[in-house]
Design a protein around this ligand. Structure first.
Ligand SMILES: Cc1cc2nc3c(=O)[nH]c(=O)nc-3n(C[C@H](O)[C@H](O)[C@H](O)COP(=O)(O)OP(=O)(O)OC[C@H]3O[C@@H](n4cnc5c(N)ncnc54)[C@H](O)[C@@H]3O)c2cc1C
Length: 425
């Protein structure tokens, strides 16, 4: 365990402050003892892979950073003839994992041969390129959960989707976990064809991406049916940078934010990400969400406390902002959902199935961003209400917290009326 370790050189953005505590464990036992160390001291924990998709605040991380890297980078390819089962440590570089499988004559990992970062980070993000994604090959993932137990999940449970997984969802809900081992399955392929696909993808990447300047790849997620880079370009932002800032929209690939000369601060990068997102929203009405994970405090010290509540039990008196989720369909009126709350899967599935739910939460986020900017150095209190404080408000409070955490906000969530009678009168 080391103290005050500078994280800047450990990220591809080449910016960010120090970790109060830092360790690079070499086994699951060491990870568990790191997590215990943090738990005993009440420290927040951040798991760092290759740092290829992270923007870490200049103020650093006031807790424990656990780096999963070289020390957990084994790989075992079990050749079964037509297929192979591959077991690998989460710390292996995704590129070397992919190349080793390709070199052994198996196909399916060519897309990953140019993606920076670790295999663990790739699973977390469901990294992908050129029509391939981690989800196509990963069958099982082993991880340590917040109770320090070792878990294994597979198939549907991994909830892979575009640049997300069950792990990204767990992080959004502020859960601590460490991915340690991945099992993948690949098919035998033609060695020459595999090689030629790898070099084709490499050439495409080199000709279209600014690989000689620090960045974290695509800064934004692709909005449904659109391309972030194209929208940014059409908004006239190719090569854009804010006055006096070394952070820039790459002139070569508008989806990339680059740190010229490695001289931009994390704050400059963050402000550019927000600025570009706002400008694209103003022009096209489409909100670009960061793909980059934003870690640590980027605000002026403001923390957000969100509480769900039921209007029938009275409005919270000390809230800075009250948001109303009663326009959403009420799960209470679905008899099979009545016994659940907004924290439970069936209610989450029901509410997330309506497009207006997503729109309402995005609107809530906009309201919090605007209103909290007025309050400096304090706690900004948000209350999200529905009739009984059991279903819609709980779900919306949790989802809103996840969206704010995605933007680097430090958020705490409580549910005031979740244990009371949800009856809709
Ligand atoms: C030049 C460039 C090009 C890129 N091109 C692509 C591309 O084509 N496709 C693509 O999908 N991405 C691309 N990226 C982004 C990046 O490579 C991927 O997102 C990658 O999967 C990140 O892995 P990482 O190990 O660096 O994760 P990190 O940046 O270290 O972490 C990302 C998230 O994963 C979590 N995490 C990492 N490891 C673990 C673990 N073992 N246990 C628990 N949580 C963990 C972290 O806590 C964090 O929230 C590119 C980046 C760059 C710099």
């Amino acid at each position: 365990m080391r103290e005050d370790v500078l994280l800047k050189p450990l990220t591809t953005f080449r910016c960010g402050g120090t970790a109060k505590y830092f360790d690079e464990p070499a086994s699951e036992e060491e990870i568990i003892s790191d997590l215990r160390f943090a738990r005993e001291r009440g420290l927040p924990v951040f798991i760092l892979g290759g740092g290829a998709n992270c923007l870490i605040s200049d103020k650093g991380f006031d807790g424990l950073v656990i780096k999963i890297g070289k020390a957990l980078s084994y790989i075992d390819i079990d050749d079964k003839g037509d297929t192979a089962v591959v077991k690998a440590g989460a710390g292996i570089l995704l590129m070397s994992f992919a190349m080793k499988i390709a070199d052994a004559g198996f196909e399916g990992t060519e897309f990953a041969c140019g993606i920076p970062g670790t295999l663990g980070g790739g699973v977390f993000m469901n990294a992908g390129a050129y029509g391939g994604e981690i989800k196509d090959i990963v069958r099982k993932v082993r991880f340590i959960d917040e109770n320090l137990d070792i878990q294994e999940i597979s198939g549907e449970e991994l909830q892979f989707d575009y640049r997300t997984s069950v792990f990204a969802e767990m992080a959004r809900a502020d859960k601590i976990f460490v991915i340690t081992e991945i099992t993948a399955e690949v098919r035998r392929g033609n060695k020459e064809e595999i090689k030629s696909r790898i070099s084709e993808y490499r050439e495409r990447r080199m000709s279209s991406q600014p690989l000689d300047v620090p960045s974290a790849g695509s800064a934004f997620k692709r909005p449904e049916g659109l391309f972030a880079g194209k929208l940014i370009d059409e908004a006239g932002l190719r090569g854009y940078s804010r006055e006096g800032s070394k952070a820039q929209v790459s002139p070569k690939h508008c989806g990339f934010i680059v740190n010229n000369g490695g001289e931009a601060s994390a704050k400059e990068v963050y402000e550019l990400i927000m600025d570009v997102s706002n400008k694209v929203h103003d022009k096209f009405g489409v909100r670009l969400d960061p793909e980059v994970r934003i870690i640590g405090d980027f605000g002026d010290g403001t923390r957000v406390e969100i509480s769900s509540f039921g209007f029938k039990y009275g409005m919270p008196e000390d809230a800075d902002l009250i948001l109303d989720a009663r326009s959403l369909k009420n799960p209470y009126w679905e008899p099979e959902l009545r016994e659940y709350s907004g924290l439970d899967k069936p209610v989450k599935k029901y509410l997330s199935g309506f497009p207006e739910t997503g729109r309402l939460i995005t609107g809530f986020r906009g309201a919090v961003l605007l209103a909290s900017a007025q309050k400096h150095n304090g706690v900004f209190k948000v209350a999200v209400g529905c009739t009984g404080g059991h279903h819609r408000s709980v779900y919306c409070a949790e989802s809103l917290a996840g969206k704010l955490r995605d933007l680097g906000y430090i958020v705490n969530v409580t549910h005031r009326d979740i244990d009371k009678d949800a009856c809709d009168e």
